[in-house]
Write a protein that binds this ligand. Structure first.
Ligand code: COA
Length: 168
């Protein structure tokens, strides 16, 4: 294992390609494990995972990347109170990288003054997010190429953190 060399910081322009590659392998993995059609997997890999899409999206969303040494092993994108995506490279799951990325995203959302964290999760990721303290509030199927998928809409309320002093 060994997560001691791990860091999470904002994606740089030169990392766009590596993040695109990571997303493409995660989407391929998802396609196999979520029962997506070949067209849906292809849409995710060739459009959502493309360098152009990542470059475009990272202009309006905060992209944070997890690095293990020089290697990019995970990515999370935050927009307001929404975690727009969170992926760990399929070869690096189960080592605490997802938790590290989630916590970085939650801190960012909290620092933005938001009262909750929101996201739409693929079914296989629901237990992970429950572990992070979120709960399923509804289910939704997207419109467009991903129609038919059963996404879990999840939320976590961000209570005020800190000392609960005695009430006088
Ligand atoms: C879901 C995902 C982000 C989790 O990342 P990860 O690095 O493997 O997770 P971590 O190792 O940080 O696990 C954190 C905690 O969640 C738990 N956990 C992770 N995946 C889990 C699962 N499938 N079922 C139950 N618990 C799970 C771990 O046991 C761990 O618990 P602990 O810290 O109390 O010991 C990662 O597996 C992934 O990218 N999956 C494929 C793509 C995907 O579904 N992404 C989310 C899109 S919505």
């Amino acid at each position: 294992m060994g997560t001691s060399g791990l860091t999470t910081t904002q994606m740089t322009e030169s990392e766009t390609e590596a993040v695109s590659e990571l997303l493409q392998s995660s989407y391929t993995w998802l396609g196999e494990h979520e029962g997506l059609t070949a067209e849906q997997t292809d849409f995710l890999v060739s459009q959502r995972g493309s360098v152009d899409h990542v470059r475009h999206e990272s202009q309006s969303q905060l992209y944070l990347v997890a690095r293990d040494g020089g290697r990019i092993v995970g990515v999370v994108a935050v927009s307001g109170d929404l975690i727009a995506k969170l992926y760990v490279s399929p070869e690096h799951t189960g080592k605490g990288i997802g938790r590290m990325l989630y916590e970085a995203a939650e801190s960012t959302i909290r620092a933005g003054g938001h009262a909750r964290v929101r996201l739409g999760a693929f079914p296989t990721a629901v237990p992970f997010y429950e572990r992070m303290g979120l709960e399923v509030v509804s289910h939704r199927t997207p419109t467009g190429p991903l129609e038919g998928l059963n996404m879990a809409m999840m939320e976590k309320r961000l209570g005020a953190k800190g000392f609960e002093g005695p009430k006088i």
